[in-house]
Design a protein around this ligand. Structure first.
Ligand code: SF4
Length: 239
């Protein structure tokens, strides 16, 4: 990216970030957990599954197996039956147990706090590692790219890539490091509330003037009728 283009893109990304912070001042992680191990497990479970569904299964899972030693020693079928409704449960159970066993053997029962070490754990790719590092350890090593971040970053013209690794690289170039994780969370909120996959509500999107994908017919209608509305966290529903 030429330096002038990069500077302009950075300015636009920053303006989008400022507006997202205004729209969603509170941006907590939507997965329920109390320890880094539980956050890692919940994030593994969230693959191809909603956070809402994950939060329904983790109370019973964490009551029965609250930590890495318990999950490492568990009977695999018991983990499977507790997480079955999150989908791909056999693979997820196998990965969760293998990750916890490695955590016991290599890291004294604690989830490691570096990207390099996290990526050695079965079932942990960059998305899970970024979530764990940011929310459990306040370390911003990268930008979490899920389906919403992927879709919105493309629509907003901040990347042209489909591959999450390349999208993450583009976003890391554009955004201040301390904001990497809260960018993702807020973009996820915006993806759920306004810019959904099938029918983005450009008519009530407060990013429309910064978005190259804004539907002009909807935006014009919004300006004429002055109906642009800031969504609030109350109207957000977990997909
Ligand atoms: S203007 Fe439309 S496409 Fe762009 S971010 Fe908003 S809802 Fe999505």
């Amino acid at each position: 990216m030429a330096s002038r283009t990069l500077t302009a893109q950075r300015q636009r990304a920053l303006e989008i970030l400022v507006r997202l912070k205004r729209l969603y001042p509170e941006a907590p992680c939507t997965l329920d957990y109390t320890t880094p191990v539980q956050l890692m497990v919940a994030t593994i479970l969230s693959a191809q599954c909603t956070d809402e569904r994950v939060n329904k299964v983790t109370p019973a899972l964490f009551e029965r197996f609250p930590d890495a030693p318990a999950l490492a020693a568990a009977e695999l079928p018991e983990i499977e039956s507790l997480i079955r409704s999150t989908g791909f449960y056999r693979n997820k159970a196998k990965n969760i147990q293998a990750a916890c066993r490695l955590i016991m053997v290599e890291y004294g029962g604690e989830v490691p706090s570096s990207m390099e070490e996290l990526l050695k754990l079965p079932g942990v790719a960059r998305k899970t590692a970024n979530v764990v590092l940011a929310h459990a350890y306040n370390i911003h090593a990268g930008v979490t790219v899920d389906t919403h971040v992927k879709r919105l970053s493309n629509r907003l013209g901040l990347t042209q890539h489909a591959d999450p690794i390349r999208i993450e690289r583009d976003l890391m170039q554009l955004l201040p490091q301390p904001d990497w994780e809260n960018w993702s969370i807020r973009l996820i909120y915006h993806g759920r509330a306004v810019c959904n996959a099938r029918n983005p509500a450009c008519d009530r999107c407060l990013l429309a003037d910064l978005c190259p994908s804004a539907d002009p017919t909807k935006v014009v209608a919004a300006v004429v009728s002055d109906v642009a509305i800031a969504p609030s966290l109350e109207v957000l529903s977990l997909e």
